[in-house]
Write a protein that binds this ligand. Sequence first.
Ligand SMILES: CC(C)(COP(=O)(O)OP(=O)(O)OC[C@H]1O[C@@H](n2cnc3c(N)ncnc32)[C@H](O)[C@@H]1OP(=O)(O)O)[C@@H](O)C(=O)NCCC(=O)NCCS
Length: 183
Amino acid sequence: MVPLKGTSKPALLSLSMAPITIRPYQPTDAASLTRLFRDSVRRIAAPDYTASQLRAWAPDLIDEQKFGHRCGSKATWVAEVEGRIAGFSDLEPDGHIDMLYVHPDFQRRGVARALLRHVEDRLEPLDLRRLYAEASITALPAFEAVGFRVVVPQTTTVRGETMTNYRIEKRLEAPADLSPSTL
Ligand SMILES: CC(C)(COP(=O)(O)OP(=O)(O)OC[C@H]1O[C@@H](n2cnc3c(N)ncnc32)[C@H](O)[C@@H]1OP(=O)(O)O)[C@@H](O)C(=O)NCCC(=O)NCCS
């Protein structure tokens, strides 16, 4: 796989598709990411959740300012394909990934894989060895594809709606010079 170092160079993940560029979130992205979040949940997660669960997860009215603050208050990255926002993800200081959403027009083109690899590349400077998240039923295969494992299936309640997701994690190997054999 091609490691996604840096933030501005295109990551050539596929020769047959446009390159995916990862860059940091900017406040001007708030409206686009709010729409992307709602559309992605409502359309892509629809086979896995009921209509009322989807509305609770991604309501009709989402405060863009609050959503922007949620993105801007931690490390958040935006994936672009041909100048369009294709997805976004984030990383909290303890290794928690709060959000991973890909635009309906860019499904199965490696956007989530590129974002998760970018997030993982940022762990070492933070001295972290573990990523964790709560994956939707829909997202579990994408997380598993890059090495996450289910810790436990769980139910969560969002705006009065109970839904299934999975506590997942990925443990990273220690750097070679810290492995037990060299201590
Ligand atoms: C889950 C999601 C983020 C995946 O994004 P994506 O960019 O389409 O995923 P990728 O193209 O990077 O997929 C990488 C791998 O994950 C697996 N995968 C992804 N989606 C899959 C699906 N629907 N079914 C089976 N495997 C899937 C595949 O192994 C895939 O590799 P392949 O295409 O070479 O077979 C996207 O579908 C989404 O936004 N879903 C709705 C919102 C959601 O549930 N977000 C997560 C909240 S926790």
